[in-house]
Each structure stands twice: as C-alpha cells, then as structure tokens.
Design a protein around this ligand. Sequence first.
Ligand code: PLP
Length: 493
Amino acid sequence: MPKSPGGALLSGFDIDRMSPVPIYRQLDASLRRLILKGTLSPGQKLPSTRELATDLGVSRITVKSVYEQLVAEGYAQAKTGAGTFISKGLDFEATPRIRSARRKPTPPEVEISDRARTIMSSKASARHGKTDPFRPGVPALDLFPVKVWDKYMMEAMTCHERHNLSYGQVNGSAALRRSIANHLTDARGMQVDPDQIVITSGAQQAFVLIAFVLLKKGDTVWYENPGHIAGRDVMQIMGANVAPVPIDDEGMDLSHAQDNHPTPTLIFTTPSHQQPLGTTMSLVRRLSLLNYAHDNDAWIIEDDYDSEFRYRGRPLPALSALDSKRRVFYVGTFSKSMFASMRLGYIVVPPGLVETFAKARNLLGQSSSAVVEQALSRFMEDGRFVEHIRKMRRIYRERRDVLFDCLMNDCAAYLTPQTTDAGMHMLGWLKNGLDDQVAHRALLAAGIESLPLSVYCLEPVGRPAIVLGFSCAPAARIPKLVKRMAAVLRDLS
Ligand SMILES: Cc1ncc(COP(=O)(O)O)c(C=O)c1O
C-alpha cells in the first residue's frame, strides 16, 4: 500500500452491516489482517479517525476505540498532533505462515498468442538505474546540469495556470516541435516544417509507431546486420520478415539485399553512425538508397540516435536532408544527448501521413509529458541544449582517446580496438578465438559492462567483438578499468 502523507486510503475494505459480527470487531480484524500481511507497512500512517469513520459510515468513537486497542497491543503508535502510525520494528519474520502467503505465486505457463512468443524471445535488455562502465549508449549522467534543468521543470509545472499538468498535445507541443525543427536545420541540414514532427516517448516508441502504422504481417523489412536490437525486435513482433543486410565500408550493402531478399516495405538504417559498427554511409550509397526506396515504394527509417557527437570534420547532412522524394522517417532521441528517463524522441513524418501518426500516437499512450516538453523546448531556445552537447563532445572525445590508448597498451594481446569519429562507443575485435558472449559475461562479473557484437546480429558476422561505451566512464577511471579488463581477458585466453 503506498505511503500517503494523509494516511492510507484503505479503499479495499468494507463493513458488512448484515453480519452478526459487530462493526467494532470487523474493523479491528480487517486492520490486523492488513498489518500482519504487511499491506499496511511499518511506519505507515493510518487515516484519521474522522476520515475513516466518514468513509465507512460508522461512528468516530468506534474507529477511535479500535485504534486505541491497536496502540495498546503495540501494533500501532499514536503521535500527538501527527496521527496514528503502524509500529516500526514489528517482527513479521516471526509469522511464517503469513510470510509465505505474501510470496508471489509462480505464474502459470500461459499460451496467449504467437506475438507473445515473439515478445518473449526478444534479446533487447531492459535497462534501468545504475550501469557499470563501459555500457554502450549511456551518457555522462553525472555531468548533466540538473540544477539548471530543475529550474525549467519548475517553470513548466507552474506556468499557464498549470495547464501542463493535464494531457499534452498528441503530436507534441508546438513550441517543442519548433525548437526541434530549428535544431535540425542548424545541426543536420534539414528543412523541416514543425507540423511534420510527431513527438514520441523516445526513439523506441517511434519505431513501434512506424511499424504499427506501416507494416502488414509478412512484409519484408531490410535491417542492418549487425543492427539496433530493440528496433529489430519490434519489426519481428509486428509480424514482418526481417531480412538481415550486411554492412560494408559504405554502409548498408544494397546489392546484397537486392540479390537475396524480397522488395521491402521498410528499410531500417543508421547512416550517420552505424549501430554498432560505426560506419558512416557514403554519399553515393545514400543516393542509391533513396532512389531505390522511391523506385520500389519502400519507406526508410533513418535512426539518427547519436549524431550530435562527432569528433572529426563536419557531419554529413542527414539522409533525410537529401530526400526530395519524401520516403524517409527521420527518428531522433534525447536519450543520448540529454538523459534517457526524459523519454522524449520524435519522428519527422513524410507529408500526408502526419495525421495518421498523430492518431496512432494517441492510441499508443496519448502524449508525452507536457511539463517535460515545455522544459525541453525552453532549454533548447535558451541555447542550453547546444551548450550541453558542446561540453559533452569535448568530454567524450577525451574519454574515447583515453580508452583507445589504454586498450592499445594493456589489451592489445586480446583484442584490437577500433576507434571512432563519432558516437559514444567503440569496438574491440577479439583475438585468440575468444567468444564475445563468454568475454561479455566474464567482464560483467568483474564490473565491466560491454555488450557482445553477436547480440546485435540476426546472422553471424564472422568476427567476435565487444562493444564498449566510453561516454559513461570518467577519463581518470579508465586506465584502472582497462587493466581489470586485461586481467579478465588474460584468464579467458
Ligand atoms: C541505435 C539506437 N537507436 C535508438 C535507441 C532508442 O533510444 P530511446 O528509445 O531511449 O530514445 C537506442 C537506445 O539505446 C539506440 O541505441
């Protein structure tokens, strides 16, 4: 039962007026049962005698005498002026029968649908809370300017007569869509009408929405192999035939795809920084991809998840910026540039489909938080977003360099590090026949959170590697961590 400053609601119990058991005894027995079951937890406040008496339609004196009895027996404590609280330190371990009744029952084996089976086979890991260094894709959360952000959040909660505490707009607030459109013009060379943007709860929801709207069972989706795991699993769950497309030096190998797979409804790609190999798709390949999509009525998802972080030269404009035929769904996220629990991302939707996407967004969770949307749009308008990205870019570049140097110094016997011009992770190609899953598990046991390349693969790519995120590891800690890695890999070798 959640703790509430005003006391527990006790909404589940009722008084049976037809029962021969007196009301006093019924109330007393119900409260004891809740205390012993742990539903009313130690320290939790009981409702005031007045409130409970009104809720149950009984006299206040009855409630008062039940409370007094519980206090007299040590189940509860009365604090003058504050109320009655369940006693702390009650030894529930001494009541084994009730303990075991509280244990969750094992869920029965249930067969719901083919879709449920596909969902259960997903390899996408649910992440939350603390992660160990070098988990890929995790920004430097300790460096996020929380005090500044807090100011924007407070402002967003209290302004406009608190309108933001209601539902947000299904396609996202006009202000945030404008801020994003401006940012995309400035940073990605795209000309975007804010009305083409649909705000989502992160890029993952964008993939779900696109698959939900576009895919029919049995449709083919060309998907980069290796590729982003959770996006791929969504396509499969929606009943698509996900066709793995290898990556060469220029990006997705379109000739291979055309020779080996049926014409797709949808093509999923990460052209700025291939996830996870790090390749940037060449201009020639981008144009071929756009032409192919146009000629074959295929749609493209451009997942531009970490393009803010480029360390050398100017980034190529987004694929979407070249898309005169309007076949691209451009997907962006704030999970890497800001923090993931913000749960904000967006789709730039090709014209003619915006209304459908807004309706679909409504069905899949209504809207994002209007409070967070406003805080973010002001944060962007005031230049704070770009300021944060610039700072992180400097820090991540340093972390990347330190990690690469340390891997070269200490781990070269076990892996070949492959540095990167962009993003938040690099690859370590394993040597000596080391298996990437085995290496991943051994490193994890030593507090190092790499990911094995094979989990990104629908088909094996031939060479084992681990993916190492450098953005979340402070530079000063990296040398020691890499020495620990070397020791683990030495033992495995
Ligand atoms: C390549 C890629 N795309 C998209 C996402 C999804 O991000 P989110 O749903 O947090 O916006 C991730 C998350 O790790 C990712 O690695």
